[in-house]
Design a protein around this ligand. Structure first.
Ligand code: SF4
Length: 425
């Protein structure tokens, strides 16, 4: 059977779709790069914002229009609103997040391969092809951010057993991956429910000791989960000098109503501790604008705090009401026009601090992992990332896709640094 796998939303969804891809291949099926040529389409949906839910519906309709394929939907939107998803054209079955592990065996009618066997990870074909391997180590969340529907869709926090993580890392490296990205809904809580109270920091150390990945990166980490073990891990060779620490708002009053376990003071103290260990680290964030009750004064306070943090990048989200969340019943909604204006101002601020961060590295040398390559005008146009998340472009006489080069940064062009290759891995 020819299977097309589609994913909307976060890196966790990406890691899950990669795992489903591996299971379909193990069951003898072929992965294809578009819905047009598929017998079966699996869509891993998202519901984090109203826009993500709309995008999930759009992708399913798009797959239905593409041809005769059967469609199976899973993920957070399919979990929160299964009937709406089941009513979309050509949807044969809906699997909630809790049922996802059985999806491949149920759809194919074959039992999954014995977990003792190692199948190398091969990147998915098409748009979801990645040089990096996203490895899910944790699911669910025990925090109570009042705007968040993800914790409702994903349930209580649970850690993936260490042995399963090791198998996934080994399979990824066997497939030639140079960068492992550990992901989870609340990644920093990995190991907390285990008897010996493990921590993410010790897991990182073990992965390095056992498998020696050229690079290891963390996806989003809640700021209150930064502990001594993570700070220690920052010094390990190969550990990417980049942390994504969602702030959501720089106003203490708004953070309180959001139910976030941080305030300006302890967020700033955490950033200082991290920069004391790794002064050049890239720190990126998520900011939500237009949360109910965010007055002009609170927004200006938030803007000033974000300016002071000097983030190297960030995602700005406009608040959208998610049914079933505690924030649904909050008074004082912000008007759409104000949300739009605040979003623009926050984006401009992040763009400015991001370009300042980039400019600081002109003339520096970095290892760059090439993640895209295209043959144009007799040369290969390459783009890739440094350990500290800088986007670098370069021209080369050969295709260096999924290889690491030592590069000198020679100039800035738009949002990208332009590099000159010094040596190859
Ligand atoms: S930490 Fe907050 S925003 Fe993140 S998944 Fe948990 S409840 Fe949602």
């Amino acid at each position: 059977m020819k299977v097309f796998l589609d994913s909307i939303g976060c890196r966790l969804n990406q890691s899950e779709i990669e795992k489903l891809g591996k299971q379909f291949r193990e069951a003898g099926h072929e992965l294809v790069s578009s819905a047009d040529t598929a017998d079966l389409v699996v869509v891993n949906t998202c519901v984090v914002t109203a826009a993500a839910a709309a995008d999930s519906r759009k992708q399913i309709r798009h797959a239905a229009r593409a041809g005769n394929a059967r469609i199976v939907a899973t993920g957070c939107f399919a979990t929160i609103d299964p009937q709406t998803v089941a009513d979309l054209p050509s949807v044969e079955k809906v699997f909630s997040n809790a049922e996802k592990d059985d999806l491949v065996s149920q759809v194919t009618g074959n039992a999954l391969l014995d977990q003792g066997q190692l199948t190398a990870r091969i990147p998915l074909p098409g748009n979801h092809k990645r040089t990096r391997a996203f490895i899910k180590v944790q699911d669910g969340c025990d925090n109570f951010c009042t705007f968040c529907i993800t914790r409702i869709a994903r349930g209580k926090s649970r850690s993936i057993p260490r042995e399963e993580i090791f198998r996934d890392v080994e399979a990824a490296l066997a497939g030639g991956v140079k960068e492992i990205v550990l992901t989870g809904v609340n990644l920093g809580s990995w190991g907390r429910e285990c008897e010996e109270q493990d921590s993410l920091g010790t897991l990182i150390g073990q992965v390095f000791r056992m498998f020696h990945p050229p690079r290891l990166r963390l996806s989003s980490l809640e700021p209150w989960d930064i502990d001594g073990d993570i700070l220690h891990a920052l010094k390990l060779p190969g550990f990417c000098q980049h942390l994504h620490l969602p702030l959501q708002s720089g106003s203490d009053a708004v953070l309180r109503v959001m139910g976030r376990r941080i305030n300006q003071q302890n967020y700033e103290a955490t950033i200082k501790k991290i920069r004391a260990v790794s002064p050049d680290i890239a720190l990126t964030t998520d900011i939500m604008v237009g949360f109910p009750g965010e007055t002009d004064e609170f927004f200006e306070e938030s803007l000033a705090f974000v300016r002071r943090m000097n983030f190297s990048g960030g995602h700005i989200f406009s608040y959208s009401l998610r049914p079933g969340t505690p924030a649904e019943s909050l008074p004082n909604p912000v008007t759409p026009a104000l949300i739009k204006n605040r979003s623009r101002r926050m984006r401009e601020l992040i763009a400015l601090s991001s370009s300042r961060y980039r400019e600081d590295f002109l003339g520096h040398q970095f290892d760059v992992l090439w993640e895209r390559s295209e043959y144009l005008g007799g040369q290969w146009e390459l783009s890739g990332l440094t350990s500290n998340n800088l986007s670098v472009k370069c021209r080369a006489g050969e295709d260096l896709y999924n290889r690491i080069s030592k590069v000198s940064i020679v100039r800035l062009e738009g949002d990208s640094l332009i590099g000159k290759i010094l040596t190859l891995d």
